[in-house]
Design a binder for this molecule. Structure first.
Ligand SMILES: [Zn+2]
Length: 349
């Protein structure tokens, strides 16, 4: 899912998202609640109409953003009180209010309010935090089943498995959420600074406990290799800012590893950014031209890099779907990972 934090996937139009085959995008409840505000989105007829996107939208619960505000928030049983990063005004998110806000936004997939424990968190803190997250998940489910959508389409509600890097808490969390019953299950609280191997082992811990017939969503991940390793462990859905954010920083993902298009070696390189890619950028423009656009700070550089990176991520996911259907995922993933490692420059976790 391309990430459209404020109702816009940065540097790319909805028309282009459609053209590259994006099936669903993500919006951030926290940001949209503050600006433009849910009342305005509601009077526009919901988020789809407001932003001109007809395909599905997933909204997060706002929890992750609120809990990133460290000294601007206070957690209690009822919910979390936080101060807006914009003007310092005080707000409260409760399990019930985030369901109501997401009803008003009209997203197709809504997420429960959870506490994303910081990394590292000790065992005792994680245990208490997870117990609260489970109680909040129950309240979200209750608010969900007693309400209904405002715009005539159905909405799904996903639970979020927490538990930091502690296998026993991850298992408790997964079991409790499955008991409550959700339309899909996210694995949250990963990709927050722990080593990739730890992230993979936490997915392995949760996977056998989550129903195979429902989607599993790994939140906030990751590099192309992270995606392949997570799919190998049973994950179906992802959201990540890497393709868009890195694109705007001149970092292009290719089948042969990522490249920094600002690099001097591309000055006279008239090949496509990725010669196997069929996206608009690679079909029409050279590495030399993209480098030039970044050198002279033309907006088109950000747009073309974003189109390519998102097209690349969607291509990678479609390859995995095909390989799974044709029972050749293991062989495909081994050769793809070898290719991706070739030049991939280390990315920040
Ligand atoms: Zn491309």
């Amino acid at each position: 899912m391309p990430v459209g934090t404020q109702g816009s996937v940065k540097a790319i139009e909805q028309r282009e998202l459609d053209e590259i085959g994006a099936q669903i995008i993500l919006g951030n409840t926290y940001h949209l609640y503050l600006r433009p505000g849910t009342e305005l989105v509601k009077s526009a007829g919901g988020l789809h109409k407001f932003i001109g996107w007809r395909k599905p939208i997933l909204t997060d619960s706002g929890g992750y953003q609120v809990f990133s505000l460290n000294d601007l928030r206070e957690i209690e049983e009822e919910g979390v009180t936080f101060k807006s990063h914009l003007d310092g005004s005080s707000h409260v998110f409760t399990p019930e209010s985030v369901v109501r806000i997401q009803r008003e936004l009209g997203s197709d997939i809504m997420m429960v309010l959870d506490e994303c424990a910081p990394f590292p968190s000790d065992l005792e803190y994680t245990r208490r935090s997870n117990a609260l997250t489970i109680r909040w998940a129950e309240r979200c489910k209750q608010a969900f089943v007693t309400g209904s959508g405002l715009y005539g389409h159905s909405q799904a509600l996903f639970g979020i498995v927490q538990g930091s890097v502690y296998p026993e808490i991850r298992r408790e969390s997964a079991r409790a959420l499955v008991d409550i019953g959700f339309d899909g299950y996210a694995v949250g609280g990963l990709a927050v600074g722990e080593p990739a191997e730890v992230m993979y082992s936490m997915i392995e811990v949760c996977e056998p406990l989550l129903p195979g017939s429902q989607p599993r969503y790994l939140m906030g991940v990751g590099t192309p290799i992270n995606l392949i390793e997570a799919v190998a462990r049973g994950i179906d859905m992802f959201d990540c800012v890497l393709p868009t954010r890195n694109g705007r920083n001149a970092n292009l993902f290719t089948r042969n590893g990522s490249i920094n298009i600002r690099n001097a070696k591309y000055k006279t390189d008239f090949d496509a950014p990725d010669d196997e890619c069929r996206c608009y950028t690679c079909s029409n423009f050279s590495r030399a031209y993209l480098r030039h656009l970044f050198q002279v700070k033309e907006i088109l550089g950000l747009q073309l890099a974003t189109i390519h990176n998102l097209a690349f991520y969607l291509w990678l996911m479609s390859c995995m779907r095909e390989a799974i259907k044709e029972h050749r995922f293991d062989a495909w993933s081994k050769s793809m990972i070898t290719r991706l490692r070739q030049e991939e420059t280390p990315l920040p976790e």
